[in-house]
Design a protein around this ligand. Structure first.
Ligand SMILES: [Fe+2]
Ligand SMILES: [Fe+2]
Length: 264
């Protein structure tokens, strides 16, 4: 049972990388199911029905998200209609949107997917530990896959280790930079602190550099625009069969992807 998970897709450049890379990953890695984080899908902030449709067409079956999911307010109106788009489970209950999904996979197995926000250096939300505890008590599936969208590596490691052996996968998202700490925890949970992003390589975590630098130097608010040009593509493939494992995929340019294609 293989699941492909794609890190935060940032704007048009991120979407272009996904459309270029996915056909080859499908052929070479043969995942049974594909998930992606969509919080930056539409021009770097939030989602639109068009951009979600574009990524569904590319083969993504379920979307997790994060703190930017409602940056485009129209999402508040359509998100309830999309059970394949998940908003973080630990927002207050009155926030619209689906918070988990249970899918039927080959061999009659079920997969529970959910998404939570961290609280360190992030806007306040309900406790992610207690919130996931409650969901695990209420919903049962053969496999549980969690996207923990958080800033601090320590919070992500604490979360993954707290649920070690009770969920199958914890992938971190939000920082847009892939970490090299993918591993199986002692009780069998597959974990990586951050999967990274799909977006412009010559950028500051996907956005044009000038505005990001200006904000750092002046402290003044800036309008962030997603950058263009060459891209990063970041993902992980997890294998939940007997030889459980998690592997990173990281192409830091189109050229790196072309070289990978020749070798694989
Ligand atoms: Fe993001
Ligand atoms: Fe985020």
């Amino acid at each position: 049972m293989k699941i492909l998970f794609i890190g935060d897709i940032v704007g048009k450049t991120g979407r272009a990388s996904v459309k270029e890379v996915l056909p080859f990953l499908f052929k070479r890695l043969k995942p049974d199911y594909t998930i992606a984080n969509c919080e930056n899908l539409a021009h770097g902030n939030g989602i639109t029905e068009e951009t979600i449709g574009e990524m569904r067409e590319a083969g993504i079956k379920c979307f997790t998200s994060g703190n930017h999911i409602f940056d485009k307010k129209a999402a508040l109106d359509f998100i309830e209609d999309y059970p394949d788009v998940l908003r973080p489970l630990n927002y207050p209950p009155s926030v619209p949107g689906h918070t988990y999904r249970i899918e039927k996979l080959p061999e009659n197995k079920t997969l529970l997917i959910t998404n939570l926000l961290g609280r360190a250096f992030m806007p306040p939300v309900d406790c992610p530990f207690r919130t996931l505890e409650k969901l695990l008590e209420e919903k049962k599936a053969d496999y549980v896959f969690v996207d923990f969208h958080a800033e601090a590596t320590a919070e992500k490691a604490a979360f993954a280790n707290y649920f070690d052996g009770r969920v199958d996968v914890v992938v971190g998202t939000h920082t847009h930079v892939q970490t090299a700490d993918e591993r199986m925890l002692p009780k069998g949970t597959l974990f990586i602190s951050d999967v990274g992003m799909c977006g412009a390589s010559d950028s500051i975590i996907g956005v044009k550099k000038e505005a990001a630098i200006k904000r750092m130097i002046t402290g003044l608010p800036q309008r962030f625009e997603p950058a263009g040009g060459d891209w990063w593509f970041s993902a992980v493939i997890v294998d939940l069969s007997e030889n459980k494992k998690i592997e990173r995929i990281f192409f830091k340019s189109k050229r790196e992807f072309e070289q990978w294609k020749l070798k694989n």
